[in-house]
Design a binder for this molecule. Structure first.
Ligand code: ADP
Ligand code: MG
Length: 489
């Protein structure tokens, strides 16, 4: 195989991604048919999606709004004069003989998506365009031995095609870009982002060139990748395949490729050099769409806080580490829950620890999201504040109280703490009693401490927690413990 280090010194990869984002509109792009996923075959169809003669399309307002939302979120220029085009080709799952799309005048031009890489670097991925498009139907080849079956439920479902400039440099960057785009469409609530169900499908255009060259090499396009992982795998495989060809002096043909997720290998689907001529022309059955300034302004007013802005706020306003900010803004529900906590507590880092640790582990274990999390931010905030006030031990809060709350999420915190008998004893003489008991148990360790081995403090603290049943404030107890030990010297 390749000596990959040597080769990456010599070559660089150039990648451009085309992502089809399926919009979560109730009806299809240009008719009233339901866009519901998973219906019985050919149940969400009508004369328009079957392409019957004389059937007329009309634009669904929601797709225009969703496209503008995504464009605004990434700083695109919104095209105010829009029309649709026909992309003509023959295929069994396309009964009209053309797809309605936007060719020359996409609704959004330009824009950037910021990605963060594992090495800490950031990069702005520049978009070429976002255009509105309808999906085709589905041909099903593996159900019947003799026939291919056609399901037109997907015919006419609304899509945005999001196209980057050729500037992505690796599989890792492509994966980071897709994760960021998916995060955005979910925040904006315009697509569920489930790649495995086909809600986001990616074509990856991959080429290589010698480092220092500015001209683009011949590209191969890997079609219909259905997970972020597979996009990364397909790109990485494709880069090394092309480098090998190039090293062997073989010409790289512009091909359209398939990726086999089982073997991790790409294979030729068709030659790009014989590409279809789609004979685009303006769709005569749909009126142009004129988007007024007021229309765009009104959409701006409905934009939610976006992950990048929240990320900056969590670091800047709440003083969180970048890692926390990234985890807490991974999805809108997590960010919103954390924000509700910050309105009720002063210790933001403690709130972050609860959300990233205890709560997230629980959600992961149950495989649910915040929408199904039973405990309100008000309840968790009270626990955080009790710990902060030295009335409750953090471990007790996380282990005992949290677990009890999961079963009785609305129980009053004060009652619950009494019931569980976990309120911290602030009475110094009780704590001193615990301390004496702990020290008496390990007289050797007391000697060790006195001879300078401060490390044994941890052992005493552990013992104290055990004896007290966790009902002491660790900070306070630690101070009293040191005092006692000094006295014994
Ligand atoms: P097409 O019309 O064949 O789909 P486009 O010009 O619209 O081609 O480009 C599609 C995608 O391919 C874009 O994301 C673009 O950045 C990318 N692309 C174009 N040329 C190259 C190349 N030489 N190497 C890598 N990606 C490329
Ligand atoms: Mg293409």
């Amino acid at each position: 195989m390749l000596d990959s280090l040597q080769q990456t010194d010599k070559y660089e990869a150039v990648i451009g991604l085309e992502v089809h984002v399926q919009l979560s509109t109730k009806s299809k792009a240009f008719c009233y048919d339901s866009a519901q996923y998973g219906s019985k075959p050919n149940h969400n169809i009508s004369p328009v999606s079957m392409g019957l003669p004389g059937a007329l399309p009309m634009a669904n307002q929601a797709i225009v709004k969703y496209a503008v939302k995504l464009g605004l979120a990434i700083g695109s220029t919104i095209n105010q004069y829009n029309f649709f085009d026909r992309k003509n080709y023959f295929y069994a799952d396309l009964p009209k003989g053309y797809q309605i799309t936007q060719d020359n005048e996409p609704i959004c031009k330009g824009g950037t998506v910021k990605i963060r890489l594992t090495n800490g670097h950031q990069k702005n991925i520049i978009l070429n365009r976002i255009h509105i498009e309808e999906d085709a139907g589905k041909s099903i080849h593996d159900v019947d031995d003799n026939y291919s079956l056609i399901d037109l439920n997907r015919a006419g479902v609304s899509l945005l095609e999001v196209v980057t400039e050729p500037m992505i440099a690796s599989g890792e960057e492509a994966a980071a870009y897709l994760a960021e785009l998916r995060k955005l469409v979910r925040y904006l609530n315009i697509c569920d982002g489930n790649m495995e169900e086909g809600s986001m499908r990616c074509d990856a255009n991959v080429s290589i060139r010698l480092k220092g060259n500015t001209a683009l090499g011949n590209r191969c396009e890997v079609k219909n990748l259905n997970s972020i992982k597979n996009v990364q795998r397909a790109i990485e495989h494709e880069i090394s395949r092309q480098i090998q060809l190039s090293e062997a002096g073989v010409y790289i043909h512009q091909n359209t490729l398939n990726f086999d997720a089982l073997t991790g290998i790409t294979s030729v689907l068709r030659s790009k050099e014989m590409a279809n001529d789609y004979r685009y022309f303006p769709e005569p059955d749909l009126l142009p769409l004129q988007l007024s300034n007021e229309y765009i302004e009104a959409i701006k007013q409905t934009m939610p806080a976006l992950p990048e802005a929240l990320y900056q706020q969590f670091i800047g306003q709440f003083g969180l580490p970048a890692y926390d900010a990234l985890v807490l803004t991974a999805d809108k529900e997590t960010a919103e829950y954390f924000l509700s906590l910050t309105a009720l507590v002063n210790n933001y880092k403690a709130a972050s620890n609860w959300v990233m640790g205890t709560i997230r582990s629980y959600l992961n274990e149950k495989n649910i999201g915040f929408d199904k999390f039973p405990i309100s931010a008000q309840q968790i905030a009270q626990l955080i504040n009790k710990v902060e006030a030295g009335e409750l031990n953090n471990n007790q809060a996380k282990e005992k109280v949290f677990v009890a709350l999961l079963n009785h999420p609305t129980q009053k915190i004060d009652d619950l703490l009494k019931q569980l008998n976990v309120l911290i004893d602030t009475n110094t003489s009780t704590i001193d009693g615990f301390i004496m008991a702990a020290l008496n148990k390990f007289p050797d360790k007391v000697k060790e401490y006195n001879s300078g081995k401060k490390g044994v403090l941890g052992l005493f603290m552990g013992e104290l927690m055990k004896i007290s049943g966790g009902k002491i404030d660790p900070k306070n107890a630690n101070q009293l413990l040191v005092k006692q030990l000094e006295k014994l010297k």
